[in-house]
Design a protein around this ligand. Structure first.
Ligand SMILES: [Zn+2]
Ligand SMILES: [Zn+2]
Ligand SMILES: [Zn+2]
Ligand SMILES: [Zn+2]
Length: 480
């Protein structure tokens, strides 16, 4: 997909309703109508028709196209699996959810032949996928056999169901608000190519699942419109592995081709031998290539194999996964422990720093008004450090930048208030105030595109409110 005109950040590229929506593969048990997560502990009911769990008899998704439609209920009614369902066996039900979206796609063949035809034009990568035995066999058991033999849809061929699986794996979007685990297929959004530094951002509307794609940076006429199918906060090794295993291609983008990842060093180690150079891949497009120190004068021979590198990263990654999500002390201890091993903006540090940037000022024991000057400065420093990387890997109007700009304004503002009380120079105050205003203005514009009910959307509104209050401040300062 290529731009037919010059676009500026925030411009809408496309906005469309989904062809199909439903639970992600590997999701937890959820309401088939509205996708609310259901647990044994929370009350739920069984659908009167098919017996599958629902949030309530009045669920807003009952009978709806992108919820639990009649046609689906009729099919599931004939299956044995739901009838045997026990209130204590929700967990056993889990794998059955993998087949729901494929079923919804197949049902379109009769209910909406045009949508089905559009869908079947999408890439399946069957040839590649067929040669990954684990994947193909997994789909055969948990989706193909279930739909054809258990649910009794004998009118579809096994090949057809496998193609649907491929279409979903390659083209679907993970959507929904936080805590919800759903995916959707869209009629044109799938045409966007992948880039590890995308130039668009997308949001989906709650309830309707309408997907809106906006330019996040300037996009010139003729330029390719891109999004990222990988997690931008990971290093090249991890992103390329994910793309190869899940999207079946080897990324060759600018970021992947550059050993420094465009100067962000998000995969770099500090050289254990000379302590001044960085250890980078000798060929980032080859996952088997050795890694070596950049300091050619002092340690020309220092090399490690890609295998050792991966083992090291996985081991440290496990350590990060083991840190509690509010455990500020453990996060700081982690950063301290690896300060001579990982580059300060290595992706594992970056993830921890992103968490810290949001925890300081927000959780009990670290509320913003109570923070010491040292911790306020720490929050500010972390925000500035990660922003430098986000400006490169997720430039422009992106959620990550919007949120971090908002986080950055808080310590700046509190420090400013305290300095005001301590009578520092007015010109100094004015220049600092300008910095706060800049953060808030950009944050409110970027987050203004987020749904109002999402945490980012609410942050955007808080940024607007803070700007109004600051105008009063500026008036006070203006009098001096
Ligand atoms: Zn529901
Ligand atoms: Zn039903
Ligand atoms: Zn790439
Ligand atoms: Zn070295």
């Amino acid at each position: 997909m290529v731009s037919k005109k010059n676009l500026k950040p925030g411009d809408i590229i496309l906005s469309e309703e989904p062809i199909v929506v439903g639970p992600c593969t590997g999701c937890k048990v959820q309401c088939l109508g509205c996708y609310k997560p259901l647990e044994t502990a929370t009350p739920y009911i069984k659908c009167k028709g098919c017996g599958w769990p629902l949030c309530s008899p009045k669920c807003r998704g009952l009978g709806k196209k992108h919820g639990h439609p009649q046609i689906e209920c009729a099919v599931l009614k004939t299956t044995k699996s739901a009838r045997l369902l026990d209130y204590n066996e929700l967990e056993k039900m889990r794998s059955h959810y993998n087949a729901i979206v494929p079923l919804r796609c197949l049902l379109l063949k009769e209910s909406d032949p045009q949508a089905y035809a559009d869908l079947m034009k999408m890439e399946t990568h069957n040839e590649i996928r067929r040669n990954i035995p684990e994947l193909w066999r997994g789909n055969q058991e948990s989706i193909v056999n279930r739909i054809i033999f258990d649910w009794g849809l004998k009118e579809y061929t096994q090949e057809e169901v496998h193609s649907i699986c491929g279409i979903l794996e390659v083209n679907s979007f993970e959507i929904g608000q936080q805590g919800v685990n759903i995916r959707g297929l869209y009629p044109t959004a799938f045409l966007m190519s992948h880039d590890c530094v995308p130039n668009t951002n997308h949001v989906d509307e709650e309830g309707s699942f309408r997907l809106t794609v906006r330019a996040s940076t300037r996009i010139e006429h003729g330029e390719t419109i891109t999004l990222s199918y990988a997690y931008t906060l990971q290093c090249t090794l991890k992103r390329r592995e994910h793309l190869l295993e899940n999207k079946f291609f080897e990324c060759q983008c600018k970021r992947c081709s550059d050993p420094t990842e465009m100067g962000t060093y998000s995969g770099a180690l500090i050289c254990p031998k000379c302590k001044t150079g960085y250890v980078l891949s000798t060929n980032p497009l080859d996952p088997e290539a050795d890694w070596k120190c950049t300091n050619l004068e002092r340690c020309p021979g220092y090399r490690i194999t890609s295998k050792s590198m991966q083992l090291l990263i996985d081991r440290i990654g496990h350590e990060v996964d083991g840190i509690g999500c509010n455990d500020v002390v453990a996060m700081e201890a982690f950063l301290h422990k690896y300060r001579n091993v990982l580059h300060p903006t290595h992706y594992l540090c970056l993830g921890v720093k992103l968490s810290l940037s949001q925890l300081y000022g927000r959780i009990s024991g670290y509320l913003i008004d109570k923070l010491s000057e040292d911790i306020l400065l720490r929050k500010q420093q972390i925000c500035e450090e990660i922003m430098k990387v986000f400006n490169v890997i997720e430039p422009g109007f992106t959620r990550l930048r919007g949120v971090t700009l908002y986080e950055m304004h808080a310590p700046l503002m509190i420090l400013l208030t305290r300095q005001f009380e301590n009578h520092c120079s007015k010109s100094e105050l004015r220049s600092k105030l300008k910095k706060v205003v800049k953060c808030l203005e950009e944050a409110s514009v970027i987050l203004g595109y987020e749904p109002e009910t999402s945490s980012e959307g609410m942050m955007g509104m808080a940024a607007k409110d803070a700007l109004v209050r600051i105008k009063d401040w500026e008036k006070i300062l203006g009098k001096f």
